[in-house]
Design a protein around this ligand. Sequence first.
Ligand SMILES: Cc1ncc(COP(=O)(O)O)c(C=O)c1O
Length: 362
Amino acid sequence: MAVRYRKELDIISPYVPGKPIDDVKRELGLERVIKLASNENPFGFSSSVREAVMKALDEVNLYPDGNATLLKAKIAEKYGVTPDMVLPTCGSDEMVDLIAKTFIDQGSEVVMAEVTFPRYFSTSMMMGADLKIVPMKNMAYDLEGFKRVITPETRLVWLCNPNNPTGSFFSRSELVDIMEFISPETLVVYDEAYYEFATHPDYPKDSLDFLKKYQNMLVMKTLSKAYGIAGLRIGFTIGDATLLGLINRIRNPFNVTLITQAAAMAAIDDDEFLVKIIENNNKGKHYLYDEFEKMGLEYAKTEANHIAFNARKDAGVIFSDLLKKGVIIRPIGGEKYKTWLRVSIGTMEENQEFIKALKEVL
Ligand SMILES: Cc1ncc(COP(=O)(O)O)c(C=O)c1O
């Protein structure tokens, strides 16, 4: 007799990450491959991270500080909150999982956008949520649409700003409006993985101030994108200490490694590194906008480090054809967007290589 498992798993597919460079080289016999598929940092990471990692290596016979005390203190100081309002995790991926396990019951109403970070879907479904999915409006979150499905019974709302994979954002006043609409008994998870890249004047750079008024909001951040340490797996969430205390009950005791804690402390201090990254992102974004326009391709304006565009041909075919040319990007997914793909903004050289390859495959 087959071993029994939770029926919720039947509708969940495994997460498909961007294809690794080495796999593509091996499978296709290519020497040079560029990966613009996972919104990683094309310039690596702050040099201070290397030093911190080398130093921490000497201590890996010890368990890490399970409370990440020094890291919490550093994050708290940087963002003007108290350390009990900070919870570091193994990437914000781990936090998405922990939030779902902590706050969603079988049948809980949960609301999310149609084209957004896919882990909101799988973790909510894993917990047996009654998931309401709000269609996009012009490739962006339709917050009026969210208001039509959110009720006082809603347990949790997932918001991603700027959004992955569309790069779209919603404004500070829209954020105020939706927070005012949502019951204080509903948890709002506000994921700002791409916060650092957003330059639009209406983007809510002061999102952490919202926490003073809305204790039902958790702000998720990551060092995987602008700070460039995706491989070390570190994200952190800022919000009400009582909510974080609930999540902390089920957190793995040593979820952030000793090396990662040291690296994160170094990365978060290097504001100069960040300036260069944002500059490059802006240049790359405008280069790609121009090129898409010249090619007559529709694209979505972005506040993140990736751009969604409509290749007007099957996204899966474009993906494989680009792969053969050594360029890894990815389809954005979703029934209605079968010809749309997402490209991460790379170095200028990578952006140019991508455009050259795209022209060839189209
Ligand atoms: C919107 C969003 N949230 C969370 C994550 C997970 O990031 P991390 O590397 O911190 O787990 C990603 C990664 O792509 C993302 O795009």
